[in-house]
Design a protein. Structure first.
Length: 400
């Protein structure tokens, strides 16, 4: 059985230990120490990391009351090994974990909601609480309450009560184990069975900030950060707001209304541009229609565009062929060659058939229906030839 130094002194960062056993598994060494300040993964809290005689500890786990530390190399000696835990990582876990107890207790006290899930991730912490819905006002209320618990710097104690004493404690949730039950008490405010590591005073949590919430499987998942994580979150958010307000030349407090104003201008300008574009295409369509080449009362329009949007060209073609007795043969030269062949609906020429005949000229592919066909190929220099061929086919096979 490994002596758990982290339960005697949660703030112990360095210690000396002897090796009780070494197991080599898949090239890694699983070191069992006689005593350890390394917290093994458990109770929703990730394990500690650090070093044993300067060798990196990548993972720590508990099995049958023994704690194993995984290192890459064989330890240099068996006795009096110098060990150190990564304090930054541990303190972060203590802040997040105690913050979770406080927040869960506040949800319980204010809204009678239980915490049914807890995840301490690398960036964020989440709890799942038994509520169907929660409003922003309720979120603000619970967050405010939780932070008052932090600021009051309440003493956090660990209790190992006897069975009869345990039955008298107002536990927030029942214990998962049957013996050696450890209760974390936040000075009369909350009693919760837990095996994790927590700061000795609520003040060390610093601040508890709820980032967002969402419905998950009938519960509400609350995402939050505490202490240094909250500070980091504040850094980039503050920086972002400052940059936005500078861009918009408004006070930071007016950043959102500034963005909303610009967004609404953008939307109305987008509408205006769409309207103007339509008018321009209508004008372009009637110009083409009036200057068409006429064969046997059928108007033929053959044109190649450079650097235009294919969507616009297709729109333009559709506008022209909505008028009677007209055939449109359009090409578009961008990084590739695109064609659209189209005719008014009363003209009895299969445009897809014509398209398939000229398509190989531009090494292209495509298709369509009887009235419109479109596609593209890589031979941009052959686009004129392809359209000219299509025009010749139409005139000689269908119109004369
Ligand atoms: Zn805990």
């Amino acid at each position: 059985m490994t002596k758990k130094l982290f339960y005697d002194n949660i703030y112990q960062k360095e210690f000396t230990a002897n090796i009780a056993s070494v197991k080599e598994i898949d090239g890694k060494f699983h070191i069992e120490l006689n005593q350890t300040a390394f917290y093994p993964e458990g109770g929703g809290q990730p394990c500690d990391k650090g070093t044993i005689e300067g060798l990196e500890v990548s993972y720590v786990y508990e099995k049958n009351n023994k704690i194993y530390h995984i290192i890459d190399r064989e330890p240099p000696k068996l006795h009096l090994l110098k060990c150190a835990i990564n304090w930054e990582r541990r303190f972060d876990h203590m802040q997040q974990h105690l913050g979770q107890h406080i927040l869960s207790a506040c949800f319980h006290k204010l809204f009678d909601a239980k915490t049914v899930g807890f995840h301490l991730g690398n960036e964020f912490v989440t709890i799942d609480i038994t509520l169907n819905n929660i409003s922003p006002v309720q979120i603000e209320k619970v967050e405010y309450f939780a932070n008052q618990v932090v600021f009051n710097n309440l003493h956090v104690k660990q209790l190992y009560p006897t069975a009869s004493k345990l039955s008298e404690l107002p536990l927030r949730k029942p214990p998962k184990v049957k013996e050696n039950i450890r209760i974390i008490e936040i000075d009369q405010f909350d009693f919760s069975p837990c095996c994790g590591t927590h700061s000795s005073h609520t003040g060390e949590v610093g601040v508890i900030k709820i980032r967002k919430w969402e419905k998950i499987r009938g519960n509400i998942r609350i995402e939050f950060v505490c202490g240094n994580r909250a500070l980091k979150d504040f850094y980039w958010k503050n920086d972002t707001i400052n940059k936005i307000s500078k861009l918009l030349s408004v006070k930071d407090i007016d950043a959102l209304s500034g963005v909303e104003r610009i967004f609404s201008q953008y939307n109305s300008q987008k509408k205006e541009i769409r309207k103007l574009k339509e008018q321009l295409l209508d004008y372009e369509a009637s110009t083409f229609y009036q200057s068409a080449y006429i064969v046997n009362n059928i108007k033929i329009i053959n044109n190649i565009f450079d650097n235009r949007n294919f969507e616009d060209i297709r729109n333009l073609a559709a506008k022209i062929v909505s008028k009677p007795d007209v055939i449109v043969l359009f090409g578009l030269k961008n990084e590739k060659a695109q064609m659209i062949l189209s005719c008014s609906k009363e003209i009895d020429i299969n445009m897809t058939k014509v398209f398939k005949e000229v398509c190989p000229i531009i090494n292209g592919r495509g298709g369509g229906n009887a009235h419109t066909a479109q596609g593209g190929g890589d031979q941009t220099s052959k686009l004129e030839e392809a359209l000219k061929t299509a025009q010749d086919i139409i005139i000689h096979q269908y119109l004369v």
